[in-house]
Design a protein around this ligand. Sequence first.
Ligand SMILES: [Zn+2]
Length: 684
Amino acid sequence: MFKDIDFIKDKIEDLRRTIEEHNIHYYCYDSPIISDLEYDRLMSELSNLESMYPNLITEYSPTQRVGSSPLMSFNKVKHSVPMLSLSNAFTSEDVNLFNKKVISSLCKKIDIKDDIEYFCDLKLDGLAVNLRYENGVLVHGSTRGDGYIGEDVTSNVRAIKSIPLRLIGDVPKILDVRGEVLMYNKDFDDLNNKNIKKGERVFVNPRNAAAGSLRNLDSKISSMRKLRFFAYGWGNINDNNEINEISKFEHKTHESVLNWFVLLGLPVNKKYHKVVSGISGILSYYDSIVNNRNSLPYGIDGVVYKVNSLDKQKILGYSSRAPRFALAHKFLAEEAITQIVGIDVQVGRTGAITPVARLKPVFVGGVTVSNATLHNENEIKRKDIRIGDFVIIRRAGDVIPEVVSTVIDLRPNNTIQFIMADRCPVCNSSIKRIDNEIVYRCTGGLYCPAQLKQSLKHALSRKALNIVGFGEKLIEKLVDNGYLRSLVDIFRLTISDLMNIDLVAEKSATNLLKSINSARKPSLSSFLFAMGIRHVGETTAADIAKKFKTIDNIIIASFDELLSVNDIGYRTANSIKLFFSEKHNLDVIYSLRSIDVYPISEEYEKVSEKLKGKSFAVTGKFQDYSREEIIKYIESNGGKVTSNISKKNDYLITGENSGKKLNFAENNGIQIIDQQEFIKLVDL
Ligand SMILES: [Zn+2]
């Protein structure tokens, strides 16, 4: 009989250890080694045995994670060793200063010859908790609270499966493990999607969801099971009443303690730990994490550096508020809450009407933001954003700030709903949705000054015609004062035009004209990109240029020919055909050509080397060929074409109405040939 009980005891214990091991694989390291089905089978075998032998049930059994009834409130707990927060740094100067302070403090006590060794870790964006293990069994869990007194969340932390209910191996009598409770992004998305379907509370971000779950009085709520935990430090370690004597366990570094935690079965985020040397090591760790931040499965709000040597940590000690041996290097907050004071609409280059929230200025992502995009009317409706609402603003990197969501809890009584105008606020043309698009567009085209300004801005930009010196303000003034009605007018600007606009002094007017003139022969791809055809970005423009070589070829290209270009689909081909079927667009291209502004053709595949080493200039109009075709023949036969004439040219090819270039050629002994002679030369 006793033998039987021992056998059952062993069997139960065996099952518990196996399940605990699988919990670590599954919940700490995301690498399960058995199927969910197999795991469930182990769990039900254990709970069957336990229900047959209820006196063998222990507090730490995996079946005992979830408590019975919700709590009325959380008890307060005093931390035996305070849970201090870390000092923060936001810039590399701050980090430098920290390193210098560490060195100078240590130098007072010991000899420092080498760079300080630092232990680097992610700063997980969750909640700090303290877990107390007595003789290896979890007895207590508490939140940080104010650092001295926290809340007793024992029943909740027990429900978090990555937190072991007992430890493995040679455990101290008392061990306070410190770490972060957090929620993975995918679990957060799942949770919110389910809550939306059930009409329940939607959380703003994973941190918010983790906090809401951990501080819920009912440990049975499903979101508790989505929480995770990583250990990163310790409070009290007590064996034989020697408080905090970690050295008894022969650990000399922070890293070594965390490695020991792994052996005890605690989840540790080892994958991102790194021991580095000195300030350069610290900063390169920071850079590598910043670059990989978005590929992490959870949110972080910075990284943490700790002096690795425990002896040195002891020498550095604590200030009243934070340890002197550690620093949190935080990212600038990318989200902030502020109030919408109004909603304007902006008109874009293609007439798209974008609602923009005017905000009470708020500091976010390192700058003060007073406008944020609302994308389109559907988004405003979907997120139920109203004028007067408090909203979460996000500004990540150089991305345009956007309104993420409304904070419903803070909604005032007198909010106003946004109504989309039916006329363009700039040109008063009607606003329409075309082809079932989400976006409304002003139908004014380039008649609409807002669209004209944006399209000029685009055409002059670096990847397009690259005319430097034209700021947004100058373009606006030139349009508003009637100097610019199309792209062609840019090349007709005079010094006095520019100086009439009081923004420009004579010297910069001269420079502006210089940069305008240097843009008269753009590459075909940048010219095409500058046209601002919808769906034709930089890469598509380059692909088209490569295939068709000249602007004339592109204008006459058939729908099927366009489709044969890499990555061009129906939508883009359609948009290109549409663009070149509009007379006013062709007018721009031909007018530009008439004032000697045209794209240089792409290089042709060599037909021959007949003209190798010969340099040509071309002037006037030709009967049978376009200027581009002449250039094509020269280049495909190995010759060179220059847009201006100089003494270096061998030939000038002249058509009708040849002007200054002809005079220059006559005076400088450059051989002058007409179309017929050119044809003979290349044997067309
Ligand atoms: Zn308009």
